[in-house]
Design a protein around this ligand. Structure first.
Ligand code: ASP
Length: 312
């Protein structure tokens, strides 16, 4: 038996301006950690804890996944999510699905299917088959943000997918991810997003690709940040493969983040290995990561801006 570990993220990006809202954000992340960790404590597998953590993060409107997802250029929400079970080494995903509450639930179902990655129309068909209730993930804040940017002719390249000024209640919105190690030493990773915001119709996020979410028996990683940067680095798969080839998780993270910095990427990642090491890394100002071993919590919320990797 091993001591279960859990790490989650709520996005990465520009600085959390001011400190006022950090504590609220921390409590939100710790509450979700505790809920998902209780499954690991009860002997559930890593994949189940990942799905639970992703559901809770998708339901939290301050994050850019599920409810609270950013709007694309045409004012619609299209969400992408994926899940990888390190034990079976099977990846499943949905790309640009609309009108469902929890994309991660579709992805969980797809784990046992022969066709494991579905895009927009196919994902909608699956949601209908599974009788998922129709849900509207658009929040007032996201709509207002889109209307404002439409007035400005979408001059900002992307929405506030990441850390907002924390004076208001919208602090720390971003793509979400969960990585778990269960009591039997099994690993899993899940990631869910509304995308970058204001993107072209049909743009595909890294969050439903092995570049953004990857796991084997040895390590598991979930990424956040600019999807194109994550894809160009093939970040999640690269870190996991480095561990499979014998590097420590810390060394794999440090090398991968040094390369990403060299290539001027804007991204972050969370990771676990089979020995129970916990790690997060970023090239962006902040990554909103929080983790627990069941006894203690930790987080990256007040880390210095710029490239940083921490392995515990
Ligand atoms: N990686 C996501 C995307 O580009 C965005 C994010 O992580 O916030 O779709």
């Amino acid at each position: 038996m091993v001591q279960p570990k859990l790490i989650i993220h709520g996005g990465a990006g520009s600085s959390l301006k001011g400190k006022g809202g950090i504590e609220g954000l921390r409590q939100t992340l710790y509450g979700i950690l505790d809920d998902a960790y209780s499954l690991l404590r009860a002997g559930k597998c890593a994949k189940d804890a990942v799905v639970r953590g992703c559901q809770l993060l998708e339901n939290e409107p301050r994050f850019n996944a599920g409810t609270g997802s950013v709007l694309q250029s045409d004012g619609q929400v299209r969400m992408s999510a994926s899940l990888m079970d390190g034990t079976s080494q099977q990846f499943s995903g949905v790309i640009n699905v609309s009108r469902v509450k929890n994309p991660i639930e579709l992805v969980d179902y797809l784990q046992q299917e022969r066709d494991r990655i579905l895009s927009d129309y196919g994902a909608a068909e699956l949601a209908r088959e599974l009788q998922c209730p129709i849900a509207d993930p658009i929040t007032d804040n996201r709509l207002e943000e889109w209307l404002q940017d439409r007035q400005d002719n979408f001059r900002r390249g992307m929405a506030n997918v990441i850390a907002e000024p924390v004076e208001d209640d919208n602090a720390g919105r971003g793509t979400i991810g969960v990585v778990a190690l269960d009591a039997e030493g099994r690993l899993a990773a899940g990631t869910s997003t509304g995308g970058k915001g204001f993107e072209r119709i049909g743009r595909v996020s890294d969050s439903a690709m092995p570049a953004g979410n990857y796991a084997t028996r040895l390590a598991a990683v979930s990424c956040t940040g600019i999807g194109e940067d994550i894809i160009d680095e093939c970040l999640a798969a690269k870190i996991v493969i480095r561990v499979s080839d014998g590097m420590s998780l810390q060394a794999a993270m440090e090398k991968s983040f040094a390369e990403a910095t060299e290539n001027q990427r804007d991204l972050g990642a969370i990771a676990l290995d089979a020995q129970g090491h916990i790690a997060w890394g970023k090239t962006s100002d902040v990554v909103l990561a929080a983790y627990t071993d069941g006894d203690r919590h930790g987080d990256s919320l007040e880390a210095e801006p710029g490239t940083q990797v921490q392995a515990i």
